[in-house]
Design a protein around this ligand. Sequence first.
Ligand code: ADP
Ligand code: MG
Length: 456
Amino acid sequence: MAKADIEVQQPMHMHPEDFEEEDPEEVLDESADPLEESGHTVDSSDDEIDESVAEDMARFEESFVGIGKRYRLINRIGEGTFSTVYKAEDLEYNNYDNRWDVDERERRKWSSPSGRKRGSRRPHYVAIKKIYVTSSPIRIFNELELLRDLKNGDSVCPLITAFRHQDQVVAILPYYHHHDFRDYYRDMTISEMRLYMKSLFTALRAVHQNKILHRDVKPTNFLYNPQHSRGVLVDFGLAEREGTDWHKCVCTESLEERRYQVAHSVYMQNQQAGHQTTSYPKNDTRNSRRANRAGTRGFRAPEVLLKCTQQNTSIDMWSAGVILLTLLTRRFPFFHSADDIDALLEITTIFGRKKMRETAFLHGQVFETNVPSYSEHGHTLEKIILWCTGRTSSDKGAPKKELSDEEKEAVAFLYRLLECDSAKRITADEALHHPFITKSYEENEADQDMVDLVAA
Ligand SMILES: Nc1ncnc2c1ncn2[C@@H]1O[C@H](COP(=O)(O)OP(=O)(O)O)[C@@H](O)[C@H]1O
Ligand SMILES: [Mg+2]
């Protein structure tokens, strides 16, 4: 009985009337801490299961009627903000068409017919994502629908199928062997960073070509295997189609229009009335500005923090920039803010007040701070990397330490990602053509030549 892949094998019974209106404030203020997700990988210790995990799995099998017949639960591999993920063996693998299985496809390409037969008896693994029942139906539906739309790329985790039992929904995904970011981010060479970023941009290009914003790009949502230099983007729980809930933001208007709007703002009226620049109107009758701010603290682009109401796929490129900054500085998490204001100030520390005023102005906002320690022009990324990697000295006579040429190339690229003006930020497709990334092809060819020489 062959069945098409990525098809809901037992249709989920979801009807529009199931969708309850969510509290809009909750939807708009999705916030996760970068350290909240365990993101840990237990590939090497599948046999060592904690007692509490075993109990949790038994409870799940008991409550989700029938799941045990289809899948043998092996271990709990992740606990995110919105779900628990288990590794499981797919017991009915051979009854279905499994075009999603990249590893099997690769293996078949290279193995003999007898090897293929033997291979079909190998265990096949899946990841079962148990979405917390507190997630709204509309959000669960959104995640599954976007995953299904993105099913054809190898760099985005496809949806194999999904099941619902009462209020519990589970998504069945291919299982990806990957390493915990915390195990390798301190030791990556620049060449390895090129490969990591190339893999991430390949995934983002596929997502962005479909006009989808991932919204939560961060290491725990990019499952990377350093040995194969291959990564897969997961977790479309906060993703959305570009244009959803867009309202005009002045960032899409001309400079004149923007100037006009700021000139007629409450802030300007206050200033003209002789109030201090940092004063607030006593009776502010304006509606508060609302925009989708879903994402993870420390990875949000400035326009998200500034509540731009026309956010686009470039927000993911900023988050990718934060990952590269993390790799270059060897600091994780690099940003660690308590809230959005804190996050804006963290960015101000690097880019300075002037850049933040300009960025705020792009979105029709006014940026003011009375904290004296923020400098007007901020610091260069070169300096920040040197600081974070202990290459600065308070001894004035000591020789000046510099970044290596490769690091300088990385920094030039990083400036294109951490570009505060989203309209000027590099796109995923452009990033894949940037010399920092294309050099990985040259390096790969050089490696190949070495292998050929040895083989000759
Ligand atoms: N397909 C998969 N293969 C292997 N591990 C996975 C897979 N999907 C998720 N995980 C693990 O589970 C964690 C949480 O999954 P994720 O989809 O990010 O859920 P959440 O929405 O709760 O953050 C991931 O960080 C990862 O460690
Ligand atoms: Mg996640």
